[in-house]
Design a protein around this ligand. Structure first.
Ligand code: FES
Length: 113
């Protein structure tokens, strides 16, 4: 498992941008939190492939309810990454599995998920 960040890193904006190396490439990941839990997605919008992040560690819309793409404003559910508004309604962000242990958030890339 790969350590992404700590839960305390989410305190300011309920989100944290993390870049990892995967097969020789840099991959940007959005780690986000709401009242239900902590989730992670590739920071790639299904509409045009651009990052969601609109400022450092800012992924939520003004209401703080949905994730919002910086490019054309698509909105996504926090808990499943489904686009519910904007040009890619019905598409989803790519979700990554996490494990949270003692305040540390790990990418769970075990084959069993
Ligand atoms: S690239 Fe995200 S809404 Fe267009």
């Amino acid at each position: 498992m790969l350590l992404l960040c700590r839960t305390s890193d989410l305190d300011k904006t309920s989100a944290k941008s993390v870049t990892i190396q995967h097969q020789g490439r840099s991959v940007d990941i959005a780690v986000v939190r709401n009242h239900k839990g902590i989730y992670a997605y590739l920071d790639v919008c299904p509409h045009a492939g651009t990052p969601l992040e609109w400022q450092q560690d800012r992924f939520f819309d003004e209401s703080g309810t949905y994730l919002m793409c910086a490019t054309h404003g698509a909105q996504f559910n926090v808990h499943d990454g489904l686009c519910i508004s904007g040009p890619c309604v019905g598409d989803s962000l790519t979700r990554l599995l996490l494990r949270v242990i003692d305040g540390e958030i790990f990418l769970n890339n075990d084959s069993e998920g």
